[in-house]
Write a protein that binds this ligand. Structure first.
Ligand code: SF4
Length: 495
């Protein structure tokens, strides 16, 4: 009869086996480390859950435990580094656990009844109620993934990339340069399809209304996104000031059109990301950052180096150039693009961009090429693309064409999210002539649901029909959304 060790040796070579042993020790060393550093009872309320990009992720049952561990963070890091020198550990990060530590029977969160994630998605099951054999197989899978992640980390040296100057090319010209200590220089801006060519470093502003400095309006734990984005912990949304598209009916017009927000440096951006993570956010969700891509890329790389391990989302209009999108390859895990319309006339009328359909479809196809659907153990998206389409009341034919395009080009590779919440913010009524001034009717709603069936679109989500506009955000408030929908972590008017 073969022993477990013999079986392992059969499947793995000696080098890999050595790695497995090291990894196994890494995860089991936590109780002895916290005991040695006199953090009483921490072994029962905290645990090591992941090692990715050379950073250990520790989960805690309560925010108080995170505070206690943060006080001893450097001591703990030093202890890990001296016990596991081969792993080249550079940091420790913390997050709230979403599951109780005591063994309990968990009922999985029900999925939306109408539509379900694509069958190709890779789903990691919860460990509760697994047999010993299943637990063993799962451990082996984790070890394998950890080893792969470690190899990836070896070939991806964040320290090398962050500080040095790097030109960003678009159409053969330098559009942005990253500098150590500063955000970016953009002397001739061709970042997005508007091609303004302005010197943003000198303070000139193009269509997006923003200089080269990154400005943010709000960061919050948001519970109103799609279930695969929100999970149980909420999405860590960071709202960027300015916008390169500027829809006339934008529900965030205070920040996209009026420029509410304030400048942040790279240190503050990283601190915001890490705070969202520490408060249990499932992901970092960058909202409308297309015009600030170089700054955000630099910030996310630094955040990764400083301990950010949760997935990153790019939540955009999709009015983006392929060159600018390629800069996101190393830092973004999930894409959440809009596909607003395929009708150039609507593009011209509502966002002054008749070329929107051409740019947006190319951008989305590129996103599909670079990210496959993967769902994590906590039933949130680890990687992939969700395409959002907001139905415009009175313009249903445009929705039909959009759904048809999705069915022909994205079915099975991405999820769709059909949004029916259109309402014109009361405060911008005076400026808008053409935009629909009513919500979607029940009849229109039924029609759109019928098209989902007609095109056999099963993978994704659709909203309930909104009956009021109470949910519209007001970014002058500390919490722009309702308190049940979001918790503010950073606001531009706070010190
Ligand atoms: S990012 Fe702004 S300034 Fe640059 S091209 Fe686009 S709209 Fe113009």
């Amino acid at each position: 009869m073969k022993k477990a060790g013999d079986l392992l040796a059969y499947f793995f070579d000696q080098k890999t086996l050595a790695s497995i042993h090291t990894w196994s020790k890494l995860f089991s060393a936590w109780p002895s480390i916290v005991t040695k550093h006199k953090i009483a009872a921490a072994e029962s309320h905290t645990r090591v859950v992941e090692f990715d990009r050379r950073v250990l992720l520790i989960e805690a049952e309560h925010p108080g435990w995170i505070q206690i561990l943060q006080i001893k963070q450097s001591e703990l890091l030093h202890e890990f580094q001296s016990r596991f020198p081969d792993l080249d550990i550079v940091g420790i990060s913390f997050r709230l656990s979403r599951t109780p530590f005591a063994p309990s029977i968990q009922t999985p969160e029900p999925r939306p009844p109408e539509m379900s994630p694509a069958p190709e998605a890779v789903v990691d099951e919860d460990t509760a109620n697994l047999s010993d054999k299943e637990r063993f197989e799962r451990s082996m899978k984790r070890l394998e993934q950890s080893i792969i992640a470690r190899e990836r980390t070896r070939t991806h040296d964040f320290n090398k990339e962050a500080p040095k100057e790097r030109g960003i090319q678009a159409h053969g010209e330098d559009v942005a340069t990253l500098h150590s200590g500063a955000w970016i220089e953009i002397k001739h801006c061709l970042l997005c399809p508007r091609h303004c060519g302005v010197n943003r470093t000198a303070g000139e502003r193009g269509y997006c209304g923003e200089s080269a400095k990154l400005r943010l309006a709000v960061a919050s734990i948001h519970h109103g996104e799609e279930p695969l984005i929100t999970g149980t912990g909420g999405s860590g949304a960071i709202f960027v000031s300015g916008c390169n598209l500027g829809c006339v009916f934008c529900q965030n017009h205070q920040i996209s059109h009026e420029g509410m927000g304030r400048e942040v440096d790279i240190t503050e951006f990283v601190a915001i990301c890490l705070k969202l993570q520490a408060l249990g956010a499932e992901n970092i969700n960058i909202v409308t950052g297309t015009h600030a891509i170089p700054a955000i890329v630099a910030g996310l790389k630094q955040a990764r180096a400083d301990g950010l391990v949760i997935p990153t989302l790019w939540n955009s209009s999709a009015y983006e150039s392929l060159e600018a999108l390629s800069l996101l390859d190393d830092v973004i895990d999930v894409y959440l693009p809009d596909l607003k319309t395929l009708d150039p006339n609507l593009g011209a009328r509502f966002f002054n961009a008749p070329d929107y359909p051409e740019y947006a479809t190319k951008a989305i196809l590129r996103m599909l090429d670079t990210r496959v659907l993967r769902v994590s153990a906590s039933s949130t998206l680890r990687s992939g693309v969700i395409i959002r389409h907001l139905v415009l009341p009175g313009y249903l034919e445009a929705t039909r064409e959009t759904l048809r395009w999705f069915a022909e080009h994205c079915q099975g590779q991405a999820l769709i999210s059909v949004m029916t919440q259109y309402t014109l913010p009361r405060t911008i009524d005076a400026h808008v002539k053409d935009a629909p001034k009513r919500c979607m009717s029940e009849r229109e709603y039924e029609t759109v649901l019928g098209w989902l069936e007609e095109f056999d679109i099963e993978d994704g989500f659709y909203q309930e029909l909104a009956s009021d506009s109470d949910w519209l955000p007001d970014f002058t408030r500390q919490n722009p959304f309702s308190s049940t929908l979001s918790t503010t972590v950073w606001h531009f008017q706070s010190p």
